[in-house]
Each structure stands twice: as structure tokens, then as C-alpha cells.
Ligand binder design. Structure first.
Ligand SMILES: CC(C)(COP(=O)(O)OP(=O)(O)OC[C@H]1O[C@@H](n2cnc3c(N)ncnc32)[C@H](O)[C@@H]1OP(=O)(O)O)[C@@H](O)C(=O)NCCC(=O)NCCS
Length: 154
């Protein structure tokens, strides 16, 4: 597995990883209505192009295949973290988080990471030393979601 930075040519691939990840890995915690609101199919590539253009994104890949991606902001905010279904539970997200932590610490002097974790992702972030600081309910496309604000000191 190696890391590289996002380029505009990756938009379709990352939108595909996001969509398949939500509809496959989040089924235990979010019903079909919630998943459709979270990850509409097909994904709107213009929306993704705009969103990814505002973030710093690391792609994990192997043999030209995108295994997952993480998008962050220079203040330590982990905005997006998605692993392709076939690559789940193989350490992809852990490796991406470690790389993002390194880039944020060395490149931006960040000392704290923070995120809004889905119910699916909470065990992952707990495993990586994050603490829950708030429980939130947010609306996406008119549908409610529970999520957890979490943070960790580097
Ligand atoms: C959450 C997510 C990014 C984890 O990706 P991953 O590449 O499978 O994670 P890793 O393999 O690095 O997992 C590391 C550890 O985190 C924990 N973990 C990860 N996924 C877990 C799950 N579904 N349930 C319980 N623990 C989990 C485990 O301790 C795991 O170690 P183990 O496999 O040795 O038990 C992935 O499940 C995903 O994309 N989910 C759907 C989308 C989502 O909710 N994204 C986060 C938005 S905030």
C-alpha cells in the first residue's frame, strides 16, 4: 500500500469508494433511507469535485486500485475517512490516519485531531485514542443521523 495526494482525476474514484463504503460497511448502523441520504446513488461528481477541492486528501492505493481515502483540514479536522468494502479491516484507515497525523503535525504544527464520527466509525477512532466530546444529531437531505464529536491529542 502506498499513499499519494488527490488530483482532480480522482474525483470519480473517490466518490465511488465513498458510496460503496456507506452502502456496504454502514448497513449495521444506518438503514437504507439513511444510507441513501448520506450517499445518494449515483454520486453527484460536481458536488464531490467542489468538496474535495476544499480539503487535503490522501489516497491509499495498491496496484493502481484506490483502497481508501482520508480528507483533512489544516486545523486538524478529519473530515472524510472511507475504506473500500473489499479492503475493510485490513488496516487501510489506520494507515491513512497515521499518515494524516504525520502530515498535520509536521506540516501544520497541529497538536489535536478532531472529527465527527459515524456510529460505524466510533470503535475505529476509540481504538486510535480518540475521546468522545459530544453526541450530535445532524440532518442530511432531510434525514436525521446520530454522530459523535471526538478528539485526540497527538
Ligand atoms: C470506519 C472505517 C473507515 C474503518 O476502516 P478500516 O480500513 O476497516 O479500519 P482498520 O482496518 O484500520 O481498523 C482498525 C481497527 O479499528 C477498529 N474497527 C474498524 N472498523 C470497525 C468496525 N466496523 N467495528 C468495530 N471495530 C472496528 C478495530 O479495532 C480495527 O482493528 P482490527 O480489525 O484489528 O479489530 C470503515 O469501516 C468505513 O469506511 N466505514 C463506512 C464509512 C464511515 O463510517 N466512515 C467514517 C465516517 S466518520
Amino acid at each position: 500500500m502506498k499513499f499519494r495526494d488527490y488530483t482532480e482525476n480522482d474525483t470519480e474514484c473517490l466518490a465511488g469508494v465513498f458510496t460503496s463504503s456507506v452502502h456496504s460497511l454502514a448497513t449495521a448502523k444506518y438503514d437504507a433511507v439513511q444510507r441513501d441520504a448520506w450517499a445518494p446513488t449515483p454520486p453527484d461528481l460536481d458536488v464531490w469535485h467542489h468538496r474535495l477541492g476544499q480539503l487535503l486528501t490522501i489516497i491509499a492505493e495498491e496496484d493502481g486500485q484506490c483502497l481508501g481515502f482520508l480528507s483533512y483540514e489544516p486545523d486538524g479536522h478529519i473530515d472524510l475517512l472511507y475504506t473500500a468494502p473489499d479492503s475493510a479491516r485490513k488496516g487501510v484507515a489506520s494507515a491513512l490516519l497515521e499518515e494524516a497525523a504525520r502530515q498535520l503535525s509536521e506540516g501544520f504544527g497541529v497538536t489535536d485531531l478532531f472529527t465527527e464520527a459515524s456510529l460505524v466509525a466510533v470503535p475505529f477512532f476509540v481504538r486510535h485514542g480518540f475521546d468522545t466530546v459530544d453526541e450530535q444529531t445532524v440532518s442530511r437531505n432531510g434525514v436525521s443521523f446520530r454522530r459523535f464529536a471526538m478528539q485526540r491529542t497527538l
